[in-house]
Design a protein around this ligand. Sequence first.
Ligand SMILES: Cc1cc2nc3c(=O)[nH]c(=O)nc-3n(C[C@H](O)[C@H](O)[C@H](O)COP(=O)(O)O)c2cc1C
Length: 482
Amino acid sequence: MPNTMSASLFLSLRDDTAVANGDEGQLSVRADGVGVTLKRLTPGVGEALRRLGNGGAYEEHLAEQVLQADGDAALSRFYYYLDQLGRRGLLLRSAMAERGPLATLVATSTSFRYPARGTAPDQFYVLSRFAYLRAEGGHVLLESPLAHAQVRLHDGRAAALVHALARPGPISEVAERVPGLCTDEVALVLDLLLNADMIGEADETGTAATDRPAALESWEFHDLLFHARSREGRHANPVGGTFRFAGRLAPPPPLKELHAGETVALDRPDLERLRRDDLPFAHVQETRRSIRDYAERPITLGQLGEFLYRVARVRECAEMEMATPHGPIRLGMASRPYPGGGALYELELYVAVKACQGLAAGLYHYEPVHHGLERLSGQTAEVERLLKDAAGASGIPGDRLQVLVIVAARFQRVMWKYAAMAYGLVLKNAGVLYQTMYLAATAMKLAPCGLGGGDADLFARAAGTDYYAETSVGEFLLGSLP
Ligand SMILES: Cc1cc2nc3c(=O)[nH]c(=O)nc-3n(C[C@H](O)[C@H](O)[C@H](O)COP(=O)(O)O)c2cc1C
C-alpha cells in the first residue's frame, strides 16, 4: 500500500546496487553481500522496478505506471517486490524537499516490513526515548533499538526536526518549530520517522506509542541498545568470529605485558594433594554461599596464592594457526582453569588488599604464568576508594574488608576477533570467572562475595591502564571464614 499523504516518498536503490535482466523476464538486483532475483514480472512492474535502479522515482508515479500498464492486480505484486527489496536493505525511501532529499529510510534487518502508516494532521507526535543520532561515514543516522530500520538525515533541517520532536506536537506546530521546512515537507519526514518506529503518537503524558508496551518500561536506553546490537535479529551487521582486525592489526598478545617493578612470588599449591583432600564437588556446590562476614584473623598470602592458582593461573601457553578471511594467522594462546569464549582469556585479575597476613596493603596485578603478584601501588587514595565502594556494595563495614579481587578485561584481545558480540562475551566470561571464584573459595573454606558494580574509571586511574584498552568489568570480595 502507498502511504496516505498526497506527496509521496521517493523510491530508489542503494548506490552500489546492480540491476540486470535475467531469463524469462526475471530481474536480478544485487549489492555488496545481498541480492534477490525477482521472478514472473509483468511488463509494467518490470519497468517500474528498473526505474528504481535508474535513479529512482516517486512512489505515486511508479504506482501509476504499474496501474496503467498492467492493471489493478499488478499493484499488490509491485508492493510485494518493494518489500523484498526493502527488507534486504536495497530499497531507499526518501522524503524529498525542493533541493534534494531530507531523510532516507533504509532497513537494517531482514525482519523489516514497511508498515505504510500515514500521519494525521490533528494527532500529536513525539520522539521515542530510544531514538538516537550518531555519525557514520559522513552521514548523520537516526537509529533506535526498537527499529528494524535507520533513517539517514541529509539536511540540517531534518536534524532540527528531530530536535523539535523532543516535545509532542501536531505536524503544523512541529513545522513551526523548524525554520526552512513547510508543513508538507515536515509531514513527509514524519511519515518516514513513524514507519521507522523513531516517533510515535503521543499520549497525555507525552509518551510515544512506540515506548508504551508494559515490558519496555523497565528497559533503560543503553541496556536495550546493547541487547539489540550484541545479539542477532535486529540488525544486519556481521556477528561472531569474523577476525575483523586480521590483516589490519597484529593480534593482541595472550598475556599482559609486565611492569619491571616489584613482584611477590606466590607458592604453587600441590594439585595432587588438592585432588585427594578437597571437599567433594557436590558438597562445595551445595554449600556455596555469599559470605559478608569475616574472621578476626585475615586471609593469608598462602590462601590468596592458592585461590589465584586454582582460579586463574595459565595452565599452558601455545601458538595456534587460525584460518581468517585474510589468510592463516598465528595466535598466541594461554589457557586457564575456567572456560573462556574463543579461548582468548582477555580477563586479568587485580587484588586491592586491605588486610592479608603476609602481604602489604595496596594494589597488585596477578601474573598468571609465573604465579606472582606485581605490586602496582600502596594504599593510595584511589585504592581506598575502590575498597570503600566494595564495602558500600556489600554492606560490609570498610574497616572489616580484607581482599577485593578486581576482574579487568583487555578488550582488544576479544574485539580483534569478534564482531557485534565482543563486549557481551567479556561479561559472560566475567560471570564464568565469578562462579569459578565462588567454588574455589568455598572449597578452600574462605568467604566469597561477588559484586555487581564498580567504578571502571577509578580502577583505570588506580592501576594506570588506558580505559579503552583495559579496565574493570567485575569485582569480587574474599576474606577468612568466621
Ligand atoms: C554477578 C553478581 C553480582 C552480585 N552483586 C552483589 C553486590 O553488589 N552486593 C552483594 O552484597 N552481593 C552481591 N552478589 C551476591 C548475591 O547477592 C548472592 O549471590 C545472592 O543473594 C544469592 O546468595 P548466595 O550467593 O549466598 O547463594 C552478587 C552476585 C553475583 C553473581
